[in-house]
Design a protein. Structure first.
Length: 187
């Protein structure tokens, strides 16, 4: 079952959880390509989809000379960029936020949250194997929902080829619907 994180208020006052699933695998295993297809198909079926990309080696979305870069260079601790189509918030942190902290940012905004990475979290995993077929080498935690591989091997969990997108989506949708039915009453 998908991990249920971060309570959401529903219209009837009950609280519901956001289902979270993590796609993991080595670099160049096909995670991002598969995630693009999963997100696109879920969106065409009417789901609100959130994605968190884990970047343990750091990242930078600012470009030298742009206003946000200049504000950062001047010492701003937090910067927001807003337009009619999107909002981005850049925040300097002294420690990497945990997945649970980030999930809270998605409350009431998505039906499912997908992560690329976070292999050490307890979220259920969809393991994407490239040429390296050794699932044990990934060193991850949490339940394995299924494995995506170009070659099937006896691992004890369902396995699909990356072209089996409809079957992959069917399992993810089943988990979304199961999570929606699990309501926690607030007294």
């Amino acid at each position: 079952m998908l991990a249920e994180r971060s309570l959401r208020n529903s219209a009837d006052g009950d609280k519901r959880m956001i289902p979270v699933v993590s796609f993991i695998g080595r670099s160049n295993s096909g995670k991002t390509t598969l995630l693009e297809q999963v997100v696109c198909m879920l969106k065409t079926e009417g789901f609100r989809v959130g994605v968190i990309k884990h970047s343990p080696h750091g990242f930078d979305i600012d470009r030298e000379g742009k206003d946000t870069w200049r504000f950062s260079q001047a010492g701003a601790d937090m910067i927001a960029v807003a337009s009619p189509e999107r909002v981005a918030i850049l925040e300097k942190v002294t420690a990497e936020p945990g997945l649970d902290d980030l999930v809270g940012l998605f409350e009431d905004k998505v039906d499912i949250l997908i992560t690329e990475g976070y292999k050490s979290s307890e979220t259920p995993k969809i393991v994407v194997l490239g040429v390296d077929k050794e699932i044990g080498k990934l060193g991850y935690h949490g339940e394995t929902l299924f494995v995506v591989s170009s070659q099937l091997s006896p691992s004890g969990v369902p396995e699909f080829n990356s072209s089996d997108i409809r079957e992959i989506i069917a399992i993810i949708k089943k988990q979304i619907h199961e999570t929606r039915r699990s309501i926690v009453c607030v007294i």
